[in-house]
Design a protein around this ligand. Structure first.
Ligand code: PGA
Length: 251
């Protein structure tokens, strides 16, 4: 049985006051009986602040990005080793905003994935199709291509320490959500693709859904057999909304 993971991706939002308030309010509002894994991914400058705030709580720390390089003359980049050093356990890799806005290719994303693994960080690999691709019936082939770019380069056992996030681009920040059935179909496809390399890894890997998840739609999404939690953007910036999503995890 896979645990559910609820991950907050704050993106480039907030300031130190909001970061402290969010962490305090989330910790105070956590349901002691909840068994889901919890993760916060603040912007780089607030990683330390959030790390202090979540100490002695069940919440883990993650970064939103890492450099594909180990160290050296890469101005403005942050290495996997540095993230591990300041207490990160997870790192988001290949978010569609980075693919589309920063030109990250499958090749770069695969390098980032392997750099994360080398540094004992758990990569959350984001994959998803655009609206145009969905309309052209290309969803499963786009998903397979993005997933296999990584799978075909690594040892499948490295996936044991990874998480996949299915995030249809048309659902991110738009208020449109994939229906539970639409999301389940893609999640089942992702698991089937991974099981071609290892049934065991496929069975155990957490596959999150992301794209306009909120307190109202979380329960029906998380009730699907292959949806193991959510990567939450906008709704993770309000403690009440984020907490209501964590409460929707009792499958
Ligand atoms: P959203 O973002 O919840 O605001 O749609 C999700 C994400 O991009 O991770």
């Amino acid at each position: 049985m896979r645990d559910l993971l609820i991950a907050g991706n704050w993106k480039m939002n907030g300031n130190s006051i909001l970061a402290s308030e969010l962490v305090d309010e989330i910790i105070k509002g956590l349901d002691a009986s909840s068994s889901c894994d919890l993760l916060l991914c603040p912007p780089f400058p607030y990683l330390n602040l959030v790390s202090q705030g979540i100490m002695n709580s069940p919440i883990s720390l993650g970064a939103q990005n890492l450099s594909q390089h180990a160290s050296g003359a890469y101005t403005g980049e942050v290495s996997g080793e540095m993230l591990k050093d300041i207490g990160c356990e997870y790192v988001i890799v290949g978010h569609s905003e980075r693919r589309v806005l920063m030109g990250e290719t499958n090749k770069i994303i695969t390098k980032k994935f392997t750099t994360a693994i080398k540094n004992n960080l758990k990569p959350i690999l984001c994959i998803g199709e655009s609206l145009k691709e969905r309309k052209q019936d290309l969803t499963t082939s786009v998903i397979s291509e993005q997933l296999n770019a990584v799978l075909n380069t690594i040892d499948v056992n490295d996936m044991k320490n990874a998480v996949i996030a299915y995030e249809p681009l048309w659902a991110i920040g738009t208020g449109l959500t994939a229906t539970p059935d639409e999301a389940q179909d893609v999640h089942a496809h992702i698991r089937a693709e991974i099981s071609k390399s290892s049934k065991k890894v496929a069975e155990n890997i957490q596959i999150l859904y992301g794209g306009s998840v909120n307190g109202n739609n979380a329960g029906s999404l998380f009730s699907m057999p292959d949806i193991d939690g959510g990567l939450i953007g906008g709704a993770s910036l309000t403690s009440l909304e984020f907490l209501s999503i964590t409460k929707a995890t009792n499958k």
